[in-house]
Design a protein around this ligand. Structure first.
Ligand code: MRU
Length: 366
């Protein structure tokens, strides 16, 4: 499905452009990125966000670092650029993978202009790969929705999602939203319960905006509503995205995902995680112990943003100087995950399940 992308290279201006996600849904602004530092700032400042988009932005950041190189030691500078980018956000593994893969396309045997070209080609290839993966996730996930729709004799399939794993986070189509878009296009009735996703409200602000643009019925719910809806038979399935999934199937995703998985398990509701293989951390097993969880600024909790008239304003919503804890992600253990929807198909959230779909990742002793 053709849909507007969230990052692209502007050949007239010779720079990267992206949607500034901080201002949606109130304003749709474009940001220009022409240096490594601007790419990093886009990631830390959440101008771009969502694991696949962060990875692609970092890949373009590596290209821009190479293009603007003016020092003495190209390789040393590129290694520094890689570390600088990798330190921008710790949880989404696509970032580190994209940067390491970018480093691996640099060759000492090539001239700097040739290396620049290779880095640019890599960033574009990674972007295309993410788009293709989202499409395939959509095709596989569609089968789940279709089956539920048949069981419900065409009544709307009620899907709950958390945060934004839509096209804004993934360049096109989305991961969690891809099956929903394809179901809608296929004429299957769906309705999406959109968790607001405090503290930054990616659900209420971004997922709702995307679904609205696509004409897909949705309802925004406060984060703590899901359990109640599940108890009353108002949710048929949960589909969320992931920022990092370990080889044994533990899923890091936006804070609050774990509680949805617990509620789904208690109510016998399938809980699916849609993710491209670029989000699988092949080196980790125990997600709770091993995945680094980003802690973000207190102001995300203490201040809310909204429209007053037609002006965007910020409001403090808690007592002054209140201590705040702001963990960006949590880990849902594999046992609570019904299935992983990947570009190669749907598998159990387990080492065996994942390796059956990705046999090339088997080690000799697997
Ligand atoms: O902190 P963010 O907004 O970058 O968080 C990422 C997310 O949007 C989600 O956790 C998402 O569900 C996975 S990324 C497709």
């Amino acid at each position: 499905m053709a849909s507007p992308q969230t990052i692209w290279y502007n050949y007239d201006k010779n720079l990267v452009e992206t949607i500034d996600q901080r201002y949606l849904p109130f304003q749709n602004l474009i940001v220009e990125i022409s240096t490594l530092d601007e790419a990093r700032r886009a990631i830390t400042g959440m101008i771009v966000r969502g694991a696949p988009l962060i990875g692609v932005t970092a890949a373009f950041g590596m290209y821009l670092a190479a293009r603007n190189f003016s020092g003495a030691d190209f390789l040393a500078d590129m290694n520094k650029a890689a570390d600088w980018l990798k330190s921008s956000r710790p949880t989404a593994v696509n970032l580190a993978f994209a940067v390491d893969e970018a480093l691996s396309v640099i060759s000492e045997k090539c001239s700097i202009p040739q290396n620049n070209q290779q880095l640019f080609a890599f960033a574009e290839t990674l972007k295309q790969r993410e788009i293709e993966f989202s499409n395939k996730i959509g095709v596989h996930g569609l089968e789940l929705i279709k089956a539920t729709s048949e069981t419900k004799k065409g009544k709307p399939v009620q899907i709950l999602t958390h945060c934004n794993a839509g096209r804004l986070a993934t360049i096109e189509l989305g991961t969690a939203t891809a099956p929903i878009y394809l179901a809608h296009l296929a004429g299957i009735a769906v309705h999406v319960w959109v968790d607001e996703t405090r503290p930054r409200n990616q659900g209420a602000r971004l997922t709702a905006w995307e679904l609205g643009e696509a004409g897909i019925p949705y309802t925004i719910i406060p984060d703590n509503t899901g359990g109640h809806l599940m108890q009353h038979g108002m949710v048929d399935m949960v589909i969320v995205g992931s920022d990092r999934t370990t080889l044994n199937g533990d899923v890091a995703n936006k804070i609050g995902t774990y509680l949805k998985a617990l509620a789904a398990a208690d109510n016998g509701i399938p809980f699916y995680v849609a993710l491209p293989s670029t989000t699988i951390d092949w080196n980790l097993n125990d997600g709770v112990a091993e995945i680094p969880i980003e802690q973000r600024d207190d102001s995300e909790v203490s201040v809310m943003e909204g429209l007053l008239g037609n002006q965007v304003h910020q409001f403090r919503i808690i007592p002054e100087k209140s201590p705040v804890a702001n963990y960006g992600f949590d880990v849902t253990p594999a046992r609570l995950v019904t299935g992983l929807v990947t570009e190669r198909g749907i598998c159990k959230a387990s080492r065996e399940g994942i390796l059956e779909l990705f046999p090339e990742k088997r080690l000799k002793n697997d």
